[in-house]
Design a protein around this ligand. Structure first.
Ligand code: SF4
Length: 378
């Protein structure tokens, strides 16, 4: 891979080393890019906006990058309640991706009879690929097929664009794509997010996967402390294969073994995502199967009400009553912490299973106007 973005840490570092430039300047460059990224090609001047670099660094930057960011913000859609904003981002190669900002006020409600501590916080849902090859039947991105992997810099640029609208505290890799199918770029992007100038806490970054076993096995060493979310969506292999064709390559039994090992090494809770599909995986027997499957784990189960994705969808949402019953079984019979995901941003197609890439008058990929984002946790 060549350098696509100045935030492509590994590639930029290699170029610096090749030319004998000290890589210690790289975070300094990123800091100024972060602060001045709104400048366009006509306005941008590396010497002016990124001071005090060696002349060889300027010549490298000038020859590779005309603008501070390789991607540009095409448009932004805000939900009517302003809790959710969807960013449509155009990559250098002309492809589009989406990122979604979700804002929460943790002070809402009471805790132990007192106002909750905390305050406003924003979570950014980030894409790791253009399209996705996993083909989950309930997901609009899956219908696009796979187009390309994002570079680590292109992943990070979503954070830079989003930071112009909200101070981002949490990042979830639940946008377009299966992050563990783009492993090295995602790992590099996460490492850079936790350093200067972003300085996010690793415990506030979540990677969501359908269960790519060989990559899950590497995560505790590569990103210790990271949050892992697994899109399980069914308590039995046959139902998983029916709604997530890629699950054929990752038998449930082997996946659970790998999660046991992950938990043993990481000592962290795992978030289990479970999309509720009427008549498919939402019966009482499924709740009991899921409870038995998970009772030896430290997990939080997040039940996700299904969003209709228009004509692409062969599924119907589960009724609220049934979701509540499912939750009661997991909690009451198996003592598993179980939440029901709050839906946000449905009026801008920024909710789970929706997102992307709906440019007025322009169709992207072979999907209908709707395209997606996968799952929005936290
Ligand atoms: S749900 Fe996630 S893994 Fe499945 S097709 Fe959609 S983006 Fe890919």
């Amino acid at each position: 891979m060549g350098i696509r973005s100045v935030l492509d840490g590994g590639e930029v570092r290699k170029e610096f080393e090749k030319r004998g430039i000290d890589p210690k300047f790289i975070p300094q460059i990123w800091k100024h890019v972060f602060a001045n990224c709104a400048k366009t090609e006509n306005d941008w001047d590396w010497e002016k906006y990124v001071p005090s670099l060696p002349s060889s660094a300027y010549s490298l930057l000038r020859s590779n990058f005309k603008t501070p960011l390789s991607s540009s913000l095409h448009s932004v859609f805000h939900s009517s309640d302003n809790f959710t904003s969807k960013l449509l981002i155009r990559l250098q190669n002309g492809a589009f991706i989406e990122a979604v900002i979700m804002r929460y006020d943790t002070r809402l409600g009471k805790y132990a009879g007192k106002p909750r501590p905390g305050g406003l916080r924003a979570t950014l849902c980030i894409s790791s690929q253009v399209g996705c090859k996993m083909g989950c039947k309930f997901c609009a991105t899956g219908s696009m097929g796979f187009k390309t992997n994002l570079s680590s810099g292109e992943i990070l640029e979503q954070l830079v664009h989003a930071s112009a609208f909200s101070q981002i505290r949490n990042v979830v890799f639940m946008g377009m794509g299966e992050p563990l199918n783009n492993y090295s770029a995602v790992v590099e992007a996460v490492r850079i997010m936790t350093g200067l100038p972003f300085q996010l806490s690793l415990k506030r970054i979540t990677i969501s996967t359908v269960g790519i076993i060989h990559a899950i096995n590497k995560l505790p060493n590569d990103l210790p402390g990271l949050n892992l979310a697994v899109s399980l969506h069914a308590p039995a292999q046959d139902i998983r294969c029916q709604i997530m064709p890629a699950a054929r390559a990752f038998p449930l039994e082997k996946l659970m073994d790998s999660l046991q090992e992950y938990q043993r090494k990481s000592l962290q809770k795992i978030l289990i995502e479970y999309i509720m599909l009427d008549g498919v995986n939402d019966e009482e027997q499924h709740a009991h199967q899921l409870g038995k499957l998970l009772e030896t784990f430290q997990v939080v189960v997040n039940l996700i009400p299904f969003n209709s994705i228009g004509t692409l969808s062969q599924f119907k949402p589960t009724s609220e009553q049934k979701v509540s019953n499912f939750q009661k079984i997991l909690r009451g019979s198996y003592n598993i912490r179980t939440t029901v995901r709050k839906q946000m941003g449905q009026d801008i197609s920024g909710a789970c299973g929706q997102l992307v890439v709906n440019i007025p008058g322009k169709s992207l990929g072979n999907a209908d106007p709707l395209t997606d984002i996968e799952d929005l946790v936290i």
